[in-house]
Design a protein around this ligand. Sequence first.
Ligand code: NAD
Length: 489
Amino acid sequence: MSREQQAVERARRAFFTGRSKPLEHRIRQLRNLQQLFIARQKEISEALKKDLNKSEVSTQMYETLGLEGEINLAIKSLKEWTAPRSVEKTLLTLSDTVYIQPEPLGVVLIIGAWNYPWAITIKPLIGAIAAGNAAVVKPSEVCVHTSKLMEELLPLYIDKELYPVVTGGVPETQELLRQRFDHIFYTGNSMVGKLVMGAAAKHLTPVTLELGGKSPCYIDKNCDIDLACRRVTWGKYTNCGQTCIAPDYILCEPSIQDQVIEAVKQSIKEFYTDDPKTCPDYGRIINQRHFKRVMAMTEDSTIALGGENDESDCFIAPTVLRDVKPEAKVMQEEIFGPLLPILPVSGLDEAIKFINQGEKPLALYVFTPNDKVIKRMIDETSSGGVVANDCLVHYSVSTLPFGGVGNSGMGCYLGKFSFDQLSHLRGCLIKQLKMEGVNSMRYPPHTEKKLSWARMFILKNPNLGWMGRMVLLAILAVVAAVALQKYFL
Ligand code: NAD
């Protein structure tokens, strides 16, 4: 039996003991996980410094702070999330107890990506624990140091049988994907997303696919260009452009292109000094394979700003490309690096048309003081999420579902959405062993009269208050006992 198979078997056995289900267990595990982020902050930062040149502050800001927030929210809300959810009834079910009971799915596989390795891998784990599942955690092998640390630390804080960490590369992930899971939560590129979905289909396992793509950013000529570009510069160059929801490219009218370039230049200077290479807040490309991939994208476009690079250090300066054509290399796939192409368009109509010609993006950004422009962008395009006049921030809002649509993914998470995503929402109907008269209309022999009663019972929506329902219930009981006896029996 392979190591991967053993981990899944052990997790399933642990799940079948039932110990992942009591709320006290879930809360204890979540508290322990929280402890990990408080007590091991230094080691987490050191590993991320080696992997992506992340500073200690940015590690907390972009990785662990959000995790602590998600854990707090889950602990605070768990009782409410796990409680039966009552639903509207029809006349036919008025005397029944009808509700939704969230239940754990079983064993979840979480496959993480490398760019925000803690945030991306542990947020779904929080959802899995909260929902009462077991979960096999597969961190990305690309962030070498973090993956090793995750393997070391998680078993020290949380139940290592219920939530094992499996490390390794593509063969190990493939071996995991051959196993049977009750849900697979994958974060990474769309190409591998298709392989994950193919493997899941063999066991009819549901999937959440958190993918990427080219997230557009439209800048209206009437907005405060300096302010817009400051926010875009932050969104683009944080983590050296390796953010799934980074604005991938700018669409704007040619008349403001120079102004946009100048404003981005000023913001780069403000954030990363005149020499980003020595700035502790400026990251590095994860490895040389990705360095070469990103650099190759600049080949057929004009560099307006930046372009300096050093392969031995995986450094690429914050770069802006001007007058970029839709056919340019940089426009053929998600950039996932610090290149910001500007595509001139004639205005909002052309921007919308261009966006709709591509795959549905994970995020869409629009900068404008005009509400009508925002509304048109929302009404006439589709994307995982949309933000007006800022970048990235929607990922920090746990009350918004985070996820893609079409090529940028399926399913969503954060806060209660994670809980629901990794639960089965079980429909429950509890009937009493009485009032059989009401049921007579559904039993053969079927007659026109029974059908007209059924029409009334099924199609009439009793939109009544509590008192109204009680009165109706009493009437129904009488109807059931007397009238239906007469008509049906
Ligand atoms: P990656 O290379 O780390 O791959 C992710 C996981 O897939 C790894 O655990 C790896 O072992 C596994 N994998 C890779 N190739 C495989 C194969 N052939 N078969 C089976 N498993 C395989 O990460 P990546 O894909 O480079 O991550 C970057 C992408 O992830 C970008 O497209 C980015 O937009 C996207 N992303 C999306 C989100 C989101 O929340 N939607 C977040 C972060 C990253």
